[in-house]
Design a protein around this ligand. Structure first.
Ligand code: ADP
Length: 463
């Protein structure tokens, strides 16, 4: 605040004081001249000397007076700005009688009160943010680029981080070696990432995000989620599916066996209603067996403990090995199988799973294509990947369904799929197998013209 004093412009004060000074000099000069004229010759020099001393003193006195009034008030302003700089917004009010300085002081005071309000708001926001962060269910850690922990909330598990992890280096604060290695590697390479960690009986998922504060400063935010319950639920679900599939497999196989025995004993004439019933039972038990087998396969592939047994082999070899099985699939519809595969292309994959993947795609291509059409298996090497395309000239898939066909039990045309003996699980299996190999699967299709399924496998360029 500025105390309202009667103020005067510095310029007019200076002008007024100068006039007064000049007047004083003139008067004293006149007086000295008059005295000097009256005095004898020898004393005149003394009067001139005293006048010179007096005028020198007068000019020094006036300069000092003017300078000191400005500098003392400037000093007060300087103190005030220093106080604001130090975050002290309630420092003494500025008093000045110089208009120019009074205006400046008023601006500084206004700035001080505005800054004080902004600081208050900022602190309030900070407190609120802190409160929210501290009470989050998820653990939150903020790490700077020099690998020092700047913030750590209450939910950060003590099995992963030391209790007072704040302001310590990750080397000293992170307890879990796998997590420490992940954090070091990602912060050094300035990368975001995700890792799953098992600590004691708990299971965590840690995601690392990067935040650019300035050109040189990058912060990393780690969010730790306790996935123990999810994982337990998933394991119960997996176990349930596995047990149910196993339990179903035995009675279905026995129904199939008894149906076949019944058929061979009864020797029913072809086309008779009883024979048609037996055929329907056989068809449906076969379908149930396939569904149970696919469910078992999916549950095994989805199991997080599943490890694949990768081998390095010539891709063409596995395709040759599938020839008889493919004849059985394509033969009844008299479809033509065409292969465009490089002779000496090696692939790193689990051969059993790769065969399963190819069979599923080729079986689908055959199921959803008319008789006598051609199905092409084309393999190409592109940069660091192998692309396997299964191309058919069949019914195609509507665009609206393309995004969902990899979901479990999703069928575009349920009746056609059932008629053809489909389970609705084939593409889901394909997707899982590709994922387990670090790849992915995609589809392109035109209704009435055909579909192309492309599987991408990472290429390991070993000699
Ligand atoms: P299904 O056992 O029913 O074939 P999939 O998971 O293998 O189950 O496929 C899901 C659905 O995607 C199928 O029901 C079918 O409608 C569609 N589909 C899959 N492959 C093709 C294809 N090559 N051509 C046309 N439709 C296809």
């Amino acid at each position: 605040m500025v105390i309202a004093l009667e103020t005067r412009s510095f310029f007019s004060t200076l002008l007024l004081k100068n006039w007064f000074f000049l007047l004083l000099l003139l008067v004293t000069a006149g007086l000295s001249f008059w005295i000097a004229v009256e005095l004898p010759e020898g004393y005149r020099i003394v009067v001139i000397f005293f006048y010179a001393i007096f005028s020198l003193y007068l000019s020094f006195y006036f300069s000092w007076k003017i300078a000191s009034t400005v500098t003392t008030q400037l000093k007060v302003l300087q103190e005030k700005t220093k106080a604001i700089n130090a975050g002290e917004f309630t420092s003494a009010m500025v008093m000045t009688n110089i208009t120019e300085l009074a205006e400046l002081a008023e601006e500084i005071d206004l700035m001080s009160s505005r800054l004080s309000k902004q600081f208050f708001d900022l602190n309030l926001e900070k407190e609120k943010f802190n409160l929210v962060l501290q009470n989050l269910k998820e653990g939150v850690v903020v790490i700077d680029h020099s690998q020092k922990i700047l913030f750590c909330n209450k939910s950060v598990p003590t099995s992963l981080f030391e209790e007072n992890a704040g302001m310590r280096s990750i080397e000293a604060a992170v307890k879990h070696p796998k997590l420490l290695e992940f954090l070091k590697e990602h912060i050094q390479q300035q990368r975001e990432g995700k890792i799953n960690i098992e600590a004691r009986t708990k299971y965590y998922s840690v995601r690392l995000y990067s935040l650019k504060a300035s050109k040189e400063n990058k912060f990393f935010i780690g969010v730790i989620l306790d996935k123990t319950e999810d994982r337990e639920r998933q394991m119960i679900r997996e176990q349930f599916v596995q047990s149910a599939s196993h339990e179903l497999k035995t009675p279905i196989t026995s129904i199939k066996g008894y149906t076949e025995t019944l058929e061979s004993r009864l020797k029913l004439p072809d086309g008779s209603p009883e024979q048609r019933f037996l055929d329907a039972i056989k068809r449906n038990t076969d379908r149930m067996i396939r569904i149970v087998e696919d469910m078992l396969t999916i549950s095994k592939l989805e199991n997080s403990n599943t490890t694949i047994h990768k081998e390095r082999f010539l891709l063409i070899e596995i395709i040759d090995r599938m020839k008889y099985t493919l004849d059985g699939i394509l033969g009844p519809k008299k479809q033509i199988f065409e292969t465009i595969v490089p002779e000496n292309l090696y692939i790193d994959a689990d051969p059993i799973l790769l065969e399963h993947l190819l069979l599923n795609l080729i079986q689908n291509a055959s199921m959803y294509s008319p008789p006598s059409s051609t199905i092409t298996l084309k393999v190409e090497e592109k940069e660091d990947k192998i692309l396997i395309h299964v191309i058919d000239r069949g019914y195609g898939i509507p665009e609206s369904d393309l995004g969902r066909i990899f979901e479990r039990f999703y069928r575009v045309d349920t009746n056609r799929s059932r008629e053809q003996g489909g389970t609705g699980l084939g593409l889901s299996i394909v997707k899982h197998i590709a994922k387990l190999h670090g790849g992915w699967v995609s589809v392109q299709s035109t209704l009435g013209k055909g579909s192309t399924f492309t599987v991408n496998f990472p290429l390991d360029k070993k000699p």
